[in-house]
Each structure stands twice: as structure tokens, then as C-alpha cells.
Ligand binder design. Structure first.
Ligand code: SAM
Ligand code: SF4
Length: 349
């Protein structure tokens, strides 16, 4: 059955949910190998050999929401909260620009302190001073705000569905609603954003069927950047005692996502790097083609604790993972800026 589904992909046929489940259930060594090889081949055909490198600034860890899985949730009183000023954000963006990186991701908790005007000012300055591509990841905002940000120069918006099973979505999000999140995803697309979504693997009570739905959701909404990573428990949250998503299931979802969605960007996420020190390299070999560096200033970084034991992904780490996966370092990177760090030290962080 498994080989029959893989053959369908080779013939460019569309998979249904039960076929996607068959692929996700692969567990024999030979099946896993065939699945990852197939995903790697489609990745090569669709998006070539270069790994795209983007950089994120996690500029505020204040959040007015209370997502059950996330360490930034408002009821977590054990977190030192911070907000970066416009000038601080611009300063870090300049460092990213000087590394040659072309896309900056501005991410935060849902923090209304950053009003429409404040975000617009930041977008305009980045466009004027550096001409970089801007990805916003600010959580849910109003349709009007999405429009104003787009007109100011934002290119991409990253708003994950997290779980495409409606009941599971509602269970993990006390302040959110599945229909609303789907509607926002649709708005972002209509407004001309390059859209990002994705989800977590290994959420409590999540089934293989749920993961198959996650994959079909991305396909249905024409998502361009699909971030999938393991759920990782965060201290001081209702899910602190749950176990992490596992690496093999995560890699299978990455691979099947590539096989189903084909010409898309799939990051080897920080969450995968946090689960396994070779996780990013393995994800790159299973269909992923993007690495997101974390460029949040070091003194703030440890407070952006969305989950516990978060790994740091810097340029040095990214280059090592890209080389280990035998893939091309993008030409735009300024590798003279690379700070070589002893790998043993990196692993210990
Ligand atoms: N507040 C914005 C939002 O929710 O879209 C952006 C920041 S939020 C921290 C970014 C992403 O972190 C979420 O989309 C979610 O997938 C991920 N995340 C949060 N808690 C996590 C956890 N415990 N394990 C894995 N990923 C997590
Ligand atoms: Fe806030 Fe985003 Fe974390 Fe939810 S996932 S608590 S919205 S930062």
C-alpha cells in the first residue's frame, strides 16, 4: 500500500487523506528511507539545492493571549517581559542586513502596545533604510491592520493554524476560534501577502488523521511558507508535563508536506533544532529548505521562552547544518561575518 502511494506521487497524482495517512504511518526502516528520499527528490525538483536563510527578531514577549502550550501566555508570571524599541529593532535589522540576509521576520506575542502606527513606522524604516523583505508574525490583528501593514511594505505574514482539527485547535487556544483563524488566513492571502502557516506535531490527543488534516490545510489555503515543528513543553503552562513531539513523526510530516505541497518553503524549525542537535540537518534531508536564524539580542533571547530548553540558531549553526546536509549555502550570505563557535559549546547551550 505504501509503495503504491509513493508511485502515485511519482506520477504527479493528488493524494487523498487516507493516502496521506498511509505515508505518515510508515515505520519500517525501508519505508522511512523511501519516504525521505522521495521528499528530497521533489524538494530538489521544486526548489533546488540552496537553503534559504532568514532571520527573526523576537521583539516583544508580552502577550494578551493564553494559548495552553505557549510559555509567553499571559498567565505565565514567571517570565521577565521585554519590549524592544523601534531603534533597537532597526539596529538588529541592520546587523541582519550586513550578514547579507534578505528577509527579516518580526515576531512577538500578541502585544497591542505595538499599535498600527508603531508597526507601520518600523516597516517603513526597514524598507527605506535596507530595502529588505519583511515577514510579520504578530498573531491575529484586524483585517484593516493587515491591509495597512501590506501597504506600508510588509511582504509576508506568518500566522499558523497550529492544528487543523477544529476541536483540537479550540482545545489548545482558550482565546481563539478555528473559524476565525481560517478566515484570517484567507484574508492575508486576499490582501496579497505571501502567507506562512504550519503547526505543531505531538500535541496532546493529536492523531495521525489530525496531522493529515494539517497537511491538507496548507495545500487548500495555498500556503507558501509552512513551518512544522514538534510541540515542546513549556514550564509554567498547563501543558508543562506533556511529552514533546518526536523527531521521526516531525520528519515524516516535513517529508509528506513536501510531497503534497511541492513548490513551497519549509523551514527546518528552531523547535526541531531544540529537540535534537542534528534535527535541522535531518529536516533539510527530509524536504525542508529554509533556516531561520534567531537574531534577538542575547540578553533578551532567554526570555522569549515559548518552550523550555529552546536552542539558539545562529549563522554558524545554520551553515554547519547546511553543510552537513550537503546543500548549498546561499550566495547572498556574508560569511566573513561568521563567528565560528566550538560545536561542543553550541551543543551544550
Ligand atoms: N504570537 C504569534 C502567534 O501566535 O502567531 C507569534 C509568536 S508565537 C510564540 C510563534 C509560534 O511559536 C507559534 O506559531 C507556535 O507554533 C510556536 N510555539 C509556541 N509554543 C510552542 C511550544 N510549546 N512548542 C512548539 N512551538 C510552540
Ligand atoms: Fe501568545 Fe502566540 Fe504564544 Fe499564543 S502562541 S500565547 S498568541 S505568543
Amino acid at each position: 500500500k505504501f509503495s503504491r502511494v509513493l508511485k502515485k506521487i511519482a506520477k504527479d497524482e493528488v493524494l487523498n487523506i487516507s493516502e496521506i495517512k498511509t505515508l505518515l504511518k510508515a515505520n519500517r526502516e525501508s519505508e522511512l528511507e523511501a519516504l525521505f528520499l522521495a521528499a528530497n527528490r521533489i524538494r530538489e525538483e521544486a526548489v533546488k539545492d540552496t537553503v534559504d536563510v532568514r532571520a527573526a527578531i523576537e521583539f516583544s514577549n508580552y502577550c494578551h493571549k493564553n494559548c495552553n502550550y505557549c510559555g509567553l501566555r499571559r498567565e505565565n508570571k514567571n517570565l521577565t517581559r521585554y519590549r524592544m524599541t523601534e531603534d533597537e529593532i532597526i539596529k538588529v535589522t541592520k546587523e541582519i542586513y550586513e550578514l547579507g540576509i534578505e528577509t527579516v521576520i518580526l515576531q512577538s506575542g500578541e502585544d497591542p502596545w505595538y499599535t498600527t502606527d508603531k508597526i507601520v513606522k518600523i516597516i517603513r524604516r526597514i524598507k527605506e533604510e535596507f530595502g529588505m523583505k519583511i515577514t510579520l508574525s504578530l498573531g491575529e490583528r484586524t483585517k484593516k491592520e493587515y491591509k495597512v501593514f501590506k501597504e506600508a511594505g510588509a511582504d509576508n505574514y506568518l500566522l499558523k493554524i497550529e492544528a487543523a482539527n477544529k476541536d483540537l485547535f479550540n482545545q489548545i487556544h482558550p482565546d481563539d476560534n478555528y473559524e476565525v483563524r481560517s478566515k484570517h488566513t484567507k484574508w492575508l492571502k486576499e490582501l496579497g501577502y505571501i502567507t506562512g502557516s504550519g503547526g505543531m506535531i505531538g500535541l496532546p490527543s493529536q492523531s495521525i488523521e489530525d496531522l493529515a488534516k494539517d497537511i491538507l490545510f496548507q495545500k487548500k489555503y495555498g500556503i507558501h511558507m509552512i513551518g512544522v515543528g514538534p510541540f515542546l513543553p513549556a514550564n509554567n503552562t498547563p501543558y508543562a508535563e506533556y511529552k514533546s513531539g518526536d523527531l521521526i513523526t516531525t520528519l515524516k510530516v516535513v517529508a509528506v508536506m513536501r510531497l503534497v505541497c511541492q513548490n513551497v518553503f519549509i523551514p527546518a524549525t528552531t523547535a526541531i533544532a531544540s529537540l535534537d542537535s542534528e534535527g535541522q540537518e535531518k529536516a533539510l534531508e527530509s524536504g525542508a529548505n529554509v533556516i531561520m536564524l534567531i537574531m534577538t539580542p542575547p540578553q533578551l533571547r532567554e526570555n522569549y521562552e515559548i518552550y523550555s530548553n529552546k536552542n539558539m540558531v545562529d549563522l554558524d549553526w545554520a551553515v554547519e547544518s547546511i553543510m552537513a546536509a550537503n546543500r548549498k549555502i546561499p550566495e547572498y550570505l556574508n560569511l566573513d561575518k561568521l563567528n565560528r563557535i566550538d560545536r561542543s559549546e553550541v551543543d551544550a547551550r
